[in-house]
Write a protein that binds this ligand. Structure first.
Ligand code: NAI
Length: 336
């Protein structure tokens, strides 16, 4: 048949698609987990929302289940119920772990969160090996390589389906650029590459869409603000944790993009920290095109024609990012 004949052959074509995806949130009772679960509950693409945590998840699920949106909400508490929480899920989001307090770097969280991510991803490998995995737990620069090693050891690693969630860096960059340049927020899109900690977060302001010009001073100011935005929140919360609400917003956007891609939308782009051949580093955040099978393409054009400032910052971030990746890999390999 000719292309374009779809509507005649399938009269249902123009009807809304069924909402049929299952999403699991591991760490769902936490500061990020709760608002993230709420935002996912609003999605018309979700049919079931599985909430897992080691404590306090029953109440969160009971509460959310009263919202009259399509998805069913199920709660799962503790390791004995972890496997069931992963049954048939399409997307697993992992915000489990401890957040920063003032004075801490993301790497200071390594010892606790590395083990949490390892344990959870082992279960994902066993019970949802086909799912997209979104890692939020910090340090993302190390926890994603840990997850990759765990999946490899289980023989189910698909690099196209493992993502470190860096959407918050993009959300922040878009907000700060729009504020500074007095632009309509909805239109602003800044690619952010590298990793997700300090100087490894590199906003490519020269690639902002729509095109905007910045003075050298503005570039320096905005770059530093985007890199330290997490710390701004940690300090404002003064010991009560790190970004949770803006993070939930960003993670929900990444979930929604993943579901649209799984649903066959051919025009879905996000930045994420993924296995990559863009640079000599094995993992790197950049814009990616999402499709039914995960990463469909890593967008390399953003790295062309960098400004001197960006090119220098890219070289400067590589040693730190490399060390964080290697720290994750060697942690996972030692555990074998
Ligand atoms: P939180 O402490 O409020 O919540 C963490 C939740 O994880 C708690 O409910 C806890 O019970 C649960 N948890 C702990 N061990 C677990 C296990 N083994 N299995 C399942 N659940 C477990 O922390 P918050 O603020 O929600 O942050 C979570 C993580 O997200 C932190 O590592 C933080 O650094 C990271 N984060 C990442 C960002 C990003 O851009 N990727 C931005 C902000 C935070």
């Amino acid at each position: 048949s000719k292309p374009g004949n779809q509507n005649q052959r399938n009269p249902n074509h123009l009807q809304p698609r069924a909402s049929s995806f299952k999403v699991a949130v591991l760490g769902a009772a936490g500061g990020i987990g709760q608002p993230l679960a709420l935002l996912i509950k609003m999605s018309p693409l979700v049919s079931a929302l599985h909430l897992y945590d080691i404590a306090n998840v029953k109440g969160v699920a009971a509460d959310l289940s009263h919202c009259n949106t399509p998805s069913k909400v199920l709660d799962f508490t503790g390791p004995a119920e972890l496997a069931d929480s992963l049954k048939d899920v399409d997307v697993v989001v992992i915000p489990a772990g401890v957040p920063r307090k003032p004075g801490m770097t993301r790497d200071d969280l390594f010892n606790i969160n590395a083990n949490i991510v390892k344990t959870l991803v082992e279960a994902v490998a066993d019970h949802a090996p086909e799912a997209f995995i979104h890692i939020i737990s910090n340090p993302v620069n190390s926890t994603v390589p840990i997850a990759a090693e765990v999946l490899k050891a289980k023989g189910v690693y698909d690099p196209k389906k493992l993502f470190g969630v860096t959407t918050l860096d993009v959300v922040r960059a878009n907000t700060f650029v729009a504020q500074k340049k007095n632009l309509k927020l909805i239109d602003v899109d800044v690619p952010v590459i590298g990793g997700h900690a300090g100087i490894t977060i590199l906003p490519l302001l020269s690639k902002t869409r729509p095109p905007v010009s910045f003075t050298d001073e503005e570039v320096e100011q905005l770059t530093v603000r985007i890199q330290n935005a997490g710390t701004e929140v940690v300090e404002a919360k003064a010991g009560a944790g790190s970004a949770t609400l803006s993070m939930a917003y960003a993670a929900a956007r990444f979930v929604e993009s993943s579901l649209r891609a799984l649903d066959g939308d051919g025009d879905v782009y996000e930045c994420a920290f993924v296995q990559s051949e863009l640079t000599e580093l094995p993992f790197f955040a950049s814009r990616i095109k999402l499709g039914r099978k995960g990463v469909e393409a890593v967008i390399s054009t953003d790295l062309r024609n960098l400004t001197d400032y960006e090119a220098k910052a890219l070289e400067a971030l590589k040693p730190e990012l490399k060390a964080s990746i290697e720290k994750g890999i060697s942690f996972a390999q030692k555990q074998k």
